[in-house]
Design a protein around this ligand. Structure first.
Ligand SMILES: [Zn+2]
Length: 108
């Protein structure tokens, strides 16, 4: 589950050589030692390979700092979970969004 999630995150990263985004199949997890994960990425477009080390620390909700009120927190706690596809949808939306809020807020 966590490995699939990390691979999906990589699909938002662009190859430094050609600018194409990685596909899940371009990413191989080599392993991890505590918080440090090592990935082998191979661009499906230009075949450039690279090693990437990232630090993955799982958040502990009790340590979160928030300005939400208790009622707001309770309301969000009942809300649907934000899934990776929601994040990708927003990423794609923002990639195309030209900054014109009037056009998306108007009913016409
Ligand atoms: Zn490439």
């Amino acid at each position: 589950m966590r490995e699939a999630f990390l691979k999906r995150l990589f699909t938002m990263i662009k190859c430094e050589s050609c600018g194409h985004t990685y596909r899940v199949s371009d990413i191989e997890i080599l392993g991890h030692e505590e918080y440090i994960w090592l990935f082998n990425v191979s661009c499906g477009h230009c075949r450039t390979q690279g090693l990437v080390a990232i630090v993955v620390r799982e958040a502990n909700i009790e340590k979160w700092i928030t300005d939400l009120t208790e009622a707001e927190y309770g309301s969000f706690a009942q809300a649907a979970t934000v899934e990776i596809n929601d994040v990708l949808d927003m990423h794609n939306f923002l990639k195309e969004f030209d900054g014109n809020f009037a056009s998306i807020l108007s009913d016409s």
